[in-house]
Ligand binder design. Sequence first.
Ligand code: C2E
Ligand code: CA
Ligand code: CA
Ligand code: CA
Length: 278
Amino acid sequence: KAVHGEVEFLFYSEEMNQRAKEHLRIESELRQALVNKELQLYYQPKVSLRSGRIVGAEALLRWKHPVRGMVSPGVFIPVAEETGLILELGNWVLEEACRQVRAWQDDNLIMTPIAVNLSARQFDARLPERMADVMRRHGVLPEQLMLEITESLLVGGADNVISIMNELVAMGLALALDDFGTGYSSLAYLKKFPISTLKIDRSFVIGLPYEENDCAIARAIVTMAQQLRQEIVAEGVETAEQMSFLRELGCDQLQGYLFSPPVPADDFAQMLREGKRL
Ligand code: C2E
Ligand code: CA
Ligand code: CA
Ligand code: CA
């Protein structure tokens, strides 16, 4: 008869085993996905709280699995990051975003900057050259793009992270700090980095305007960003109450289901053509 501890251990290792198998399966299917063109970029508009107009969009990766249907990036990005596949995936995203921006430009659409998410692992010394190369090949200007990075990059940040950022900014690319407030950066920390935009994480937006703590955090972030002359984007805005609160705080842009979920490229283009407003 197994003692309690052994039983627990068996369950635990069985669980680990399942997890490892799941990772391997996702990894190999993701490789296939790249080959079979199962990946797609969706675009979620960012709107100005002052003018109500679309002033940009974020490109978000979608995987249409032939059997499993839509797989969330929340599931496959972490696996891709662990296995290193994120480099290929990230290159595909940059290629596709530039191709799309160029196609819209050729279609005479008045384009707003398209933001692309970067994983920490993509952030190496060759990134500026890779960016220059993909933009050159597609005939895309740096003002037409934006890069979203997360706080972990800054916190673990060696000196070369700052110099890579400086190189990107010198090329004309703007950097946004994603999921702000969930990591460990402080005011003193932030001013070392050439970041033009802060994105307030959805976890603080959810409680607005009823949760006192979320209101205090949102207020502190906006005040800080204003001191640093950074633009502020609130993500995950779903209600009119959240919007009013953020507008009063002096937040610059919002992104969220209240205005639009992430949509396929053609739908985003349609919103731009129609001049859809908040
Ligand atoms: P993120 O960069 O913080 O992206 C925002 C996420 O919030 C997206 O989830 C978006 O669909 C969702 N969202 C936007 N507005 C609302 C709202 O009003 N309510 C709610 N409940 N959710 C909202 P998504 O598309 O599932 O992406 C999840 C994460 O996966 C992203 O978080 C990002 O970290 C990562 N990701 C997505 N695409 C890429 C990519 O191309 N490269 C990398 N490295 N990461 C990516
Ligand atoms: Ca993002
Ligand atoms: Ca975010
Ligand atoms: Ca987030």
